[in-house]
Design a protein around this ligand. Structure first.
Ligand code: GLU
Length: 509
């Protein structure tokens, strides 16, 4: 019987959650759910120097907003807790010592100055930045070069040390990546990575292996940038005697800048005017807030839909997927090897499609707080529902709802006078004066009555309906947008419609 699938998302809580990170979480989630497995959140906070207050909760909030919350994580108890690496500190050292014991790792006592000196002395034009590796380690101060007693003395005197992996010479380290197939690495080209740091904390390399093992992770998805470290991890799995349990790895393709040149960064977003973080991120160190997709007005359904398709395709024409449909359709075989270009216009298209698709009542739940936060009296839920159904297909971002619907609640304060003036004339003024009078006499105020009255008058006066309708729109809305004018008029009522006509006529003199 095959093992129960367990995937994990293992972010370091150091700042805003980049959309590439959300996509890693999403693929891990989709894969787990597709195979009726468990999705775990593990907080990789062993680098104390990069710790940022609030970043962990922020990640949890982002995942919750996306609807991809973890089954296990710092917020849950359970057999594999704790899920925060800083709380697991004591667990790692014994594995580092076990590796030293078995000859696969060693103590290194080099000071930062000595490391610098090595880099200076050993650099050649062919190798401008020598690493601590199979070539250089025998020139350094470590338990491979010191006598046993010397090492013991340094340890007894509590001289600071790190533990490094001893990369083997002339070996080909091979593993199978779910996306890229068989990957071979020359062990001579990989440095002796630090496994345990001077402060007793593990580095990512040790912690990721120990935790994936202890948490019984079966499939580990992470960004392509970790590919160069994979041979270290593969060796650690085997040196610790756990080779049989190593998870299936998948290194996900990068999300690229819109022009395809390099990885999409926060700076690209700032430069090109779109977010790269899931939600607004307030950095307590700089006091700066960076915009997120959520606050810009993206629906979580649209956000995960667009992320799913950044690097994966379903094999069909279809592009709009609910979360359930994604779980059903997702497969690692269709994840691309190459990077995926981020296209903000396409991202907005997804949101627009999702707004159109969303039932009016669900939309209203988003729109109500947007309007209320701007001090708008929504009249009644029924009225708001009608407004939402009229404007919804015109909104790309949730925040567009404000501009698209405010005039249903308040008369416009500003008008596109330039556009009106191009069409304004004495006979138009005459038309609208007469229209007010006819509106006054209407006994029924509904779409049909309004439209008939308006069009009949235009025909009588021999005026193009389109011209007066255009002016009428600006009278009601303030600008050249919004749903049909008679719909708007019907909604805002007779009194308000007449006042808005008068108001603009007054401004036109
Ligand atoms: N903590 C690593 C990161 O934030 C996780 C990599 C992994 O998933 O193994 O990139």
């Amino acid at each position: 019987m095959s093992k129960k699938v367990r995937t994990r998302f293992a972010p370091s809580p150091t700042g805003g959650l980049h959309l590439g990170g959300v996509r890693t979480a999403l693929y891990s989630y989709l894969y787990a759910k597709k195979h009726k497995g468990t999705f775990v959140l593990r907080v990789e906070d062993t680098d104390q120097t990069r710790f940022v207050d609030g970043a962990e909760q922020y990640i949890i909030d982002c995942l919750a907003w996306c609807g991809i919350s973890a089954d296990e994580g710092p917020h849950t108890q359970g057999e594999y807790a704790p899920y925060r690496q800083s709380e697991r500190k004591e667990m790692y050292k014994k594995y580092a010592l076990q590796l030293v014991e078995s000859g696969h790792a060693y103590y290194a006592f080099d000071t930062p100055e000595e490391l610098e000196k090595m880099r200076e002395q050993l650099k050649t034009p062919q190798n401008p930045s020598p690493q601590y590796d199979t070539h250089t380690r025998m020139h350094m101060k470590n338990s491979l070069t010191l006598l046993k007693e010397e090492t013991e003395k340094l340890l007894a005197d509590q001289v600071p040390y790190v533990i490094r992996i001893k990369m083997p010479k002339n070996e080909t380290v091979t593993f199978t990546d779910m996306i890229r197939g068989e990957i071979k690495n020359d062990s001579n080209l990989v440095d002796d990575k630090v496994l345990l740091k001077g402060d007793g904390m593990p580095t990512y390399h040790l912690a990721v292996v120990v935790d994936d093992y202890l948490m019984k992770i079966t499939h580990a998805f992470r960004g392509e940038e970790w590919l160069p470290s994979a041979p270290v991890h593969v060796l650690l799995w085997s040196y610790l005697g756990w080779g049989h349990a190593m998870p299936h790895w998948a290194h996900l393709p990068l999300i690229l800048k819109p022009d395809g040149h390099g990885k999409l960064s926060k700076r690209d977003g700032d430069r090109l005017g779109f977010p790269v973080f899931a939600m607004d991120w307030y950095d307590p160190k700089t006091g700066e807030t960076t915009k997120g997709f959520k606050e810009l007005g993206f629906l979580p359904e649209a956000f995960i839909n667009l992320l799913a398709l950044l690097g994966w395709s379903s094999g069909e024409e279809k592009e709009i997927f609910t979360k359930e449909e994604l779980i059903e359709a997702f497969s690692m075989e269709r994840v691309h090897k190459g990077g995926a270009k981020f296209d903000f216009e396409k991202a907005k298209w997804f949101n627009h499609e999702w707004i159109k698709k969303m039932p009016v009542a669900s939309c209203e739940l988003f729109v109500k707080p947007i309007l209320e936060s701007k001090g708008i009296d929504i009249k009644s839920d029924e009225y708001l529902l009608n407004v939402v159904s009229l404007v919804k297909d015109r909104c790309t971002l949730l925040n567009d709802f404000y501009v698209q619907s405010v005039y249903f609640f308040q008369a416009p304060q500003e008008f596109d006078l330039e556009s009106v003036k191009l069409k304004w004339s004495a006979d138009k003024a005459d038309f609208f004066t007469e229209l007010i009078s006819r509106y006054g006499q209407l006994t029924e105020w509904n779409l049909e009555a309004l439209e008939t009255c308006f069009k009949a008058l235009a025909t009588e006066k021999n005026i193009k309906v389109g011209d007066v309708q255009f002016i009428y729109r600006i009278m009601l809305v303030g600008g050249k947008y919004g749903p049909g004018v008679f719909h708007i008029s019907e909604m805002i009522g007779k009194q308000d419609s007449m006042e808005r006509i008068q108001r603009l006529m007054g401004l036109l003199g």
